[in-house]
Design a protein around this ligand. Sequence first.
Ligand SMILES: Nc1nc2c(c(=O)[nH]1)N[C@H]1C(S)=C(S)[C@@H](COP(=O)(O)O)O[C@H]1N2
Ligand SMILES: [Mo]
Length: 347
Amino acid sequence: MTDAKRVMTVKPRNAETPATQLRSWLTPNDAFFERNQGLQPDPPIDVETWSLRIEGEVVTPHTFSYADLLGMPKDTVANTLECSGNSRSLLKSKAAGNPWTIGGVGNAVWGGVALRHLLERVGLKASAKHVAFEGLDTPTGKAQIKFIRSIPLAKALDATLLAYEMNGEPLPPAHGFPLRSLALGWTGANCVKWLHRIRVLAHPHEGFFMDKVYRVFQKGMAPEEGTVVTGLTLKSIITQPLDGDQLPLGEILVLGAAYAGELEIADVAFSSDNGRSWQPTEFIGPREPFSWRQWRHIWRPTAPGDYTLLARASAVDGRRQPMDADWNVLGYGNNGVHEHGVRVHIG
Ligand SMILES: Nc1nc2c(c(=O)[nH]1)N[C@H]1C(S)=C(S)[C@@H](COP(=O)(O)O)O[C@H]1N2
Ligand SMILES: [Mo]
């Protein structure tokens, strides 16, 4: 059963990828985490009747069909997608939200059209500043608030993909079929599924999913005063061995991944003595912008006992993963080294 997703809520569906499925560079589509504020369109959207409308601060609003998009220049981009709340349950002091461990993340190769091409087609007015994305999922809760998120125009033009393929297959219904946005290197909340409308705005979109959540704030602050989540935080995870494993004394292959969104990982250090000393690790697998690096280390414990294993990533700009997470009310961006420690028993 270790390979099944861990379902946290059923309606809407929120489920995380098991650590065993985070050991390869590509996360299989059927193991990829699911995060939903609303209900997935059921039955799946029909591409014959579906369309994508682009309007707002544009010169010529336009409606694109699925065939129109397939006919445009195709981009294929590897991108690690992570939920802002990933690792929340590992925080030392509790934060509200889905209790993710490390599995609210995955890496895939996405096929689609750069949003820039569509924005060039419709033409931008001088007033264009933000780009809002709207999906076709059904809102839950009494207030019936749609999941609408906007990103700055610069990000929309530089590094945003409208994806219709995931790991070489049509985008699966759970991940936004027929089309989703991907603000490359940014948290999942900036990557709207079941996309059907894009509005170019003169200002950020205002609404629950912009102003009350997906912001980093402290107790006593209004959520609106917090900063909006954007790029993934610099982080490493250990995917083998698993927390609580009992292993015989001998050589142990330690596996993990490290990622930092728009920033490249420089190296990952490993400790088996709770951070007193550090050993280098070795990268394995592809190196692509916006994607995690897989790493490994051969650990040779010399005595039986209980050990805490830690991994610490550095980025090319010299930044290092913090030893302890910066706590915030909604528990976003947990990248603490200690929080991600794995305890094992040897012997
Ligand atoms: N339409 C829509 N898009 C959405 C969401 C949603 O609830 N509705 N959830 C967002 C969040 S918070 C995350 S983390 C990612 C998760 O993408 P996945 O389910 O494909 O892993 O989708 C994002 N896009
Ligand atoms: Mo998320």
